[in-house]
Write a protein that binds this ligand. Structure first.
Ligand SMILES: Cc1cc2nc3c(=O)[nH]c(=O)nc-3n(C[C@H](O)[C@H](O)[C@H](O)COP(=O)(O)O)c2cc1C
Length: 188
């Protein structure tokens, strides 16, 4: 297994169902198999959003595969992940003349959405394919030279106060998502 860093980027981690289940499943599997996965839960490390840039960059240097694990918020990544990207992927580290530190590493976007898959299509409620909404991250990956793997997405996993959900089913589907992610990490 390649050395794998999982950036868990949920702004209200204790309230999360899907993201938490994915992270917990991977933690247990990693421990059981003595794997090489490190986790960094951003909201636990940085409840005030003050990212320790050097610590994050050091872990990135260690990693051969980087997973960004997040809930899809407003057709994008949540603010805490954007702050992490803004702070950590700085000039001279991730891009620019000497900024080649992430080049050649694998990058996996792993996320859940509230909306169903069929809503992410031209002419449907969300108007765009999910891949189109990911263009800023795709281009970020191009710039920093990472190898972007096919995203791992679970649609229809809303965790929004007022919207009724079947938690048992959500946890089951989140576990399946985690298995897909683990197998992808192993296959690289
Ligand atoms: C502030 C906020 C914005 C959201 N924006 C979107 C969105 O743009 N598209 C979508 O499909 N789901 C959206 N959702 C639903 C989340 O993606 C969903 O609740 C999350 O993936 C569930 O994961 P969790 O249990 O780890 O929180 C949003 C939820 C919140 C709270």
């Amino acid at each position: 297994m390649k050395k794998t860093l999982i950036i868990v980027a949920h702004p209200i981690h204790p309230a999360s169902v899907t993201t938490t289940q994915i992270a917990e499943y991977l933690k247990d599997t990693n421990e059981a198999k003595s794997g090489e996965i490190q986790f960094r839960n951003l909201i636990t490390l940085y409840p005030d959003y003050k990212i320790d840039k050097k610590a994050e960059q050091e872990t990135l240097l260690w990693a051969e595969t980087v997973v960004l694990q997040f809930p899809f918020y407003w057709y994008s990544i949540p603010g805490i992940l954007k702050t992490w990207i803004d702070e950590v992927l700085e000039y001279g580290f991730a891009y620019g003349k000497t900024g080649d530190k992430l080049k050649g590493k694998h990058l996996i976007l792993s996320f859940s959405t509230g909306g169903p898959a069929e809503a992410y299509a031209h002419g449907a409620r969300n108007n765009y394919e999910i891949e189109e909404l990911l263009f800023p991250i795709i281009q970020t990956s191009n710039l920093i030279g990472t190898i972007l793997e096919t995203p791992i997405v679970s649609f229809g996993m809303p965790n929004i106060p007022g919207i009724e959900t079947n938690k048992t089913e959500t946890v089951k589907r989140a576990t399946e998502h985690a298995e897909r992610l683990y197998n992808t990490v192993l296959s690289l």
